[in-house]
Design a protein around this ligand. Sequence first.
Ligand code: KE4
Length: 462
Amino acid sequence: MARKVRRKAAPAVPKPKKAKKPAAPRRRRGRPTKLSDQLFERAKKRMPGGVSSPVRSFRSVGGTPFFVKKAKGSVIVDADGNRYVDYVMSYGPLLFGHAPKAVLSAVRKALARGTSYGAPHRGEVELAERVCRLVPSMEKVRFVSSGTEAAMSAVRLARAATGRDLVLKFSGCYHGHADSFLVAAGSGVATLGIPGSPGVPSDLARATVTARYNDLASVEALFEAHRGKIAVLAVEPVAANMGVVLPKPGFLEGLRRIADREGALLLFDEVITGFRLAAGGAQEVYGVRPDLTCLGKILGGGLPVGAYGGRADLMAQVAPDGPVYQAGTLSGNPLAVAAGIAMLDSLRPEVYRQLEKTSAALEKGMRKVHEETGVSDRLTLNRIGSILTLFFNPGPIADFDDVKRSDGPAFTRWFHGLRKRGVFIAPAAFEAMFVSTAHTAKDLERTLAAHREALREAFTES
Ligand code: KE4
């Protein structure tokens, strides 16, 4: 039988490769923001100011905000493909830069197990144990979904625990947008120059008394005037919502002493400083132990987590253990908690060494530019750890009145000068720059080159 002749398959004729489209030019910076502008027009039709949070609106610096397409590490990319070295870092949560691997993988794993349960789950216990280990003054903790919720719940607890009504805060400090705190507040309230606190009942506004940051005499005067009535002294241990303003030596210790003497509680708002200045926050750095602490931002790694906590005897009054009611559908959300655990588990000592090294190099480089440009005497640069603020103000800067004497128009010109050169800082003078472990030497080089030019423009009156 004739053997079948096996035909060898003809060699596959390679299909002509489709001519590759030339890669779109990597738009880097300073290009027209057409897509962002279109998105902003649409956004303004349906959202007040076209934003989900006022400080993002560029309202105080003019121009229109870019809309973000994606972000990774130290870089944020806008809808038109412009790339920026980012020092906003979502206003603080992103200690390891955008989309760090550990957080992404933890959230991916959690996602496969569902998005929200309305029932307790292991992650909350794991995160609570970590928070209480890292912040020893927090013997017990309750998770919420934002820094605002944390601060307002801590104040409610303080009022209940002391049977007193008044809250003492400091002008220029910001503790979120709960009614009691919208009095002489920093951050977006100051940025937009919103007088007083419209929408807050005057009786409630009167229940907030305001002292001057770094001024213990102003605190003593308020206790003199309201003896036996102040429930809590609420303070950012390092102010970062009027720009970064450091506590003078003895200030925090003085607040502790006054609170003890007067039977008031001391609340540290560590939403920004918590896990940033040290694993144990500002209270670890300054060695002052508050009665209550509120946390946020880094605790959720960019997902919505806030927390308040402190002495066990105080937290025992929080429902359902006690009568102080506070609740939240998404409190302890499994995705956000998974991100938080990944963040806190990454807080090794070398992280803070790296943050200090990068931030100190940035500060040193900026000061060198100021010297070489001959404007050092017109600027004040405040830094602690990985947060810093450049004030267009000869300084020194110790409180909000000092800050308010800064040159707003010069800041605005500086902001835009940086932005068009690919460096993004908060579009508001009363904020901080945030450094992350993702910021590289190359980022600093680019930042300082942009800073030199932007500074020249800042001091050139238009
Ligand atoms: P949130 O409710 O925004 O999560 O946290 C309020 C809050 C509380 N305490 C401190 C010390 C804070 O800094 C904040 C929020 N910080 C601002 C930026 N400075 C958030 C940015 C914004 O409002 O969009």
